[in-house]
Write a protein that binds this ligand. Structure first.
Ligand SMILES: [Zn+2]
Ligand SMILES: [Zn+2]
Length: 254
């Protein structure tokens, strides 16, 4: 069944009807107008179901200062990078303590009611990209197998599936992990850049492309930190499909 339908039914009969999906407090007044523009009705409706306080916590990035990585401040990282394989990335929000908390609640505590909210936030940059360029496929950064077993789901894939459903772009599982990378938080920036090398591969057998070469792929992930994951994924996609342009949308820019 379509996710949109489920959401409609859930809104009508679900136990949270009338409660903010983030903090679960009873809604008294409707939340304030959305400060960014999203045309699709479903993500807009989801975001309007937040209480004013939670809606006001979302640190939207309405305008990117770095046109490469989407950062809202000018950024030296992109100037220094000499081997960029993706065209550009955009993020919905800054990765501030509130967003860190929301994402952790969803990823590590399995709070599923946050999933439509996070996907609706991601819809902001995704809608702009998809409105501007035609994509043959949307794909997600795959999770290391160990992480997937721990968590039971890949958050990037879940968010990407909703984007595909809303904007009618096919989801294609293009990438897979090929070796374990140690937890990123324990290594410094240099180590992290090196660490992503050789972590991904294109798996055309998984992809459902039926021998077609994708010309433009939209890559989805949750957090942009150094861009090394995005870059490595774009690199392997372009190694298989040299003419393919890779763009990225992510939930948060750290
Ligand atoms: Zn709330
Ligand atoms: Zn940048």
């Amino acid at each position: 069944m379509k996710i949109e339908w489920l959401e409609r039914i859930y809104r009508l009969f679900g136990p949270d009807n009338g409660c903010c999906p983030v903090c679960e407090r009873q809604l008294r007044n409707g939340s304030a107008a959305l400060p960014v523009s999203i045309r699709h009705e479903t993500p807009r409706t989801i975001l309007s179901s937040l209480c004013g306080e939670c809606a006001g916590r979302i640190p939207w990035i309405d305008e990117a200062a770095c046109l490469v990585c989407g950062r809202p401040e000018r950024c030296g990282d992109c100037l220094r990078r000499t081997n960029r394989h993706f065209r550009c990335c955009r993020e919905a929000v800054r990765y501030d303590p509130a967003m860190r908390h929301w994402l952790a609640q969803y990823k590590y505590r399995g709070l599923e009611r946050l999933e439509p909210v996070l996907a609706a936030m991601l819809a902001m940059p995704a809608e702009r990209m998809i409105g501007r360029l035609a994509f043959d496929a949307v794909t997600a950064v795959p999770l290391a197998e160990e992480r997937l077993l721990e968590r039971g789901f890949n958050q990037a894939e879940r968010l990407a599936a909703r984007i595909c459903d809303w904007y009618r772009v096919p989801y294609v599982p293009l990438l897979r992990r090929i070796r374990h990378t140690s937890k990123m938080s324990f290594i410094g920036r240099g180590g992290r850049l090196e660490n992503m090398k050789g972590s991904f591969a294109v798996d055309v057998s998984l992809s459902g492309l039926e021998g077609r070469e994708p010309k433009r792929v939209l890559l989805v992930d949750d957090i942009y930190t150094t861009g090394s994951t995005m870059n490595e994924c774009a690199y392997v996609i372009r190694r298989s499909f040299p003419a393919c342009e890779v763009y990225g949308v992510l939930l948060a820019r750290s």
